[in-house]
Write a protein that binds this ligand. Structure first.
Ligand SMILES: Cc1cc2nc3c(=O)[nH]c(=O)nc-3n(C[C@H](O)[C@H](O)[C@H](O)COP(=O)(O)OP(=O)(O)OC[C@H]3O[C@@H](n4cnc5c(N)ncnc54)[C@H](O)[C@@H]3O)c2cc1C
Length: 457
């Protein structure tokens, strides 16, 4: 089919493909630099995994000063705080309120948004991305841009445009597990907190369970022994009320702005894990709901505090930890991450651990980084610049990184920083009439800092 004959639905200086965390931050950053920006998003809101996937909280960088490497993060935090929808300095947020906050900050910055529009193809001429081919209620059409930023999480645009990529754990060929998250409302968190304390006393095991009153209830259970809640799961599995996979990864905590609610980071799927396979996405969404409903029955029968609880929300988007990683001008390697290599063009600092999920879950890496007095790794600007396509950036969890490096940098603070850096980079490239690969990453970082981003310099 000759896509070039399709009607042009829209044009912009910067077209941001996918309106997840990285996409929203990229769009706001480019618009703040005076560019005409359009976000194209398949669902009906911004935030992607963080909102439609119900993924919270934002993980700590594991650097004592916890640099967020993003000025937009400060804006988002302040707006969430104003609305009573965050605690812990914005790290714990209400995912529904975050949708509106992201949309509002983009709207106020002049970003145009086109929802319910799926990006299916690209038109590339001589190494330049001319247009994306989209499908929506109007039919098939083109969206043209000078610079494109791929924020689809899976690198859909890059791959359609012919960029190289890797996918999955090189040892197993498999992607990280998929999870379908959910929220439970009407939990008597005080009663549950007391129940947690009693269990710690009764089992003599204090692992994966804590209660400090008010906003702080935390529970977890993974494969292996020595979890405070492990024997409850074992009993329910023996009674045929749960499946062993329900025990292999279970984690619950409280949600900002919602008293008596808990968010669960499960059920987790270990086999149908390809986020770019629509059959896997469908299956995990259907099986996930079934497992969620049986998990609620488990809480009601085996725990205290859930007597009147109900499922208030199930993520409309299954949570993809990792799918593709795109080939960029520089691909961040496992060794860069472990050796804590520093880059002149870095846009993000993090020491978040290598976090590879699996049946035999490793919650933290046992790799020991070199101690150079600067306990963090960095991500270079060049890992956002797609190799072989002149006017295309990749942001978010699928930026240019090896599997092991991605297993650390997928968390939200790095993803936010990646969007912000790509948005600023795109604006500079347009202002100077140069290619993204010719933009100086140190200058991008300088602008982020000027606007209020916190880095350890
Ligand atoms: C289960 C799970 C638990 C996690 N836990 C944490 C945690 O506790 N703390 C933390 O900080 N991080 C956590 N993470 C990681 C982090 O949340 C994600 O890596 C991050 O949110 C991804 O952001 P993104 O912008 O790269 O992608 P996404 O948020 O997935 O955004 C991609 C967007 O693009 C859209 N899109 C995709 N394809 C198309 C297309 N073809 N056409 C149009 N639109 C498209 C999607 O609808 C979506 O809105 C977790 C991730 C998962 C999955």
């Amino acid at each position: 089919m000759d896509y070039s004959k399709l009607p042009v639905f829209a044009e912009a200086d910067v077209v941001v493909c996918g309106g997840g965390t990285a996409g929203a931050f990229a769009a706001k950053a480019a618009a703040d630099m005076g560019k005409d920006v359009l976000i194209v998003e398949q669902f009906g809101s911004l935030g992607g995994t963080a909102t439609n996937g119900l993924v919270l909280p934002i993980m700590h960088t594991h650097i004592s000063e916890n640099p967020q490497c993003s000025y937009i993060s400060n804006i988002v935090r302040d707006k969430l705080n104003e609305l009573g929808a965050a605690f812990n300095n914005g790290a714990n947020f209400d995912p529904l309120v975050l949708k509106s906050v992201l949309e509002t900050i983009c709207d106020d910055a002049g970003v145009r948004m086109l929802f319910h529009t799926f990006i299916a193809e690209t038109i590339v001429t001589d190494g330049r991305l001319e247009a994306i081919v989209v499908a929506n209620k109007r039919g098939l059409g083109l969206i043209k841009g000078k610079i494109f930023i791929d924020g689809t999480g899976d690198g859909d645009v890059c791959v359609r445009a012919g960029a190289g990529y890797t996918k999955g754990n090189p040892e197993t060929g498999k992607n990280q597990p998929i999870s379908l998250r959910y929220l439970v409302a009407n939990v008597d968190t005080k009663a549950f907190g007391e129940f947690i304390k009693e269990r710690i006393e009764k089992t003599g095991i204090n692992y994966g369970a804590s209660y400090d009153g008010d906003k702080s209830v935390y529970v977890a259970c993974c494969a292996g022994d020595n979890w405070t809640f492990g024997d409850l799961f074992d009993e329910a599995i023996k009674n045929g009320e749960l499946d062993p996979d329900d025990r292999n990864y279970w984690q619950g905590f409280m949600v900002a702005g919602r008293e008596n609610a808990m968010a669960f980071n499960n059920p987790e799927f270990f086999d149908d894990v390809d986020g770019t396979d629509p059959d896997h996405l469908t299956k995990t969404q259907i099986r996930g709901k079934q497992r969620i409903l049986r998990q609620l029955q488990f809480y009601k029968k085996y725990m205290r505090g859930f007597e009147n609880a109900y499922i208030s929300e199930i993520a409309s988007q299954v949570g993809i930890r990792e799918s593709r990683n795109i080939e960029t001008e520089y691909v961040l390697s496992a060794s860069d991450l472990i050796r804590r290599v520093k880059f002149d063009d870095m846009f993000c600092q993090s020491n978040y651990p290598v976090d590879i999920h699996g049946k035999q879950l490793k919650c933290e890496s046992n790799l020991t980084p070199v101690d150079d007095g600067k306990p963090w790794y960095e991500i270079p600007y060049r890992s956002l610049v797609v190799k072989g396509i002149d006017n295309l950036y990749i942001t978010g969890r699928c930026l240019g990184a090896e599997f092991l490096a991605q297993s650390s940098l997928r968390v939200q603070h790095s993803v936010r920083a990646s969007g912000e850096a790509a948005g600023i980079g795109a604006a500079l490239a347009l202002d100077r009439n140069v290619l993204p690969k010719e933009v100086d990453g140190a200058e991008v970082r300088g602008i982020m800092i000027e606007k209020g981003a916190h880095f350890i310099i």
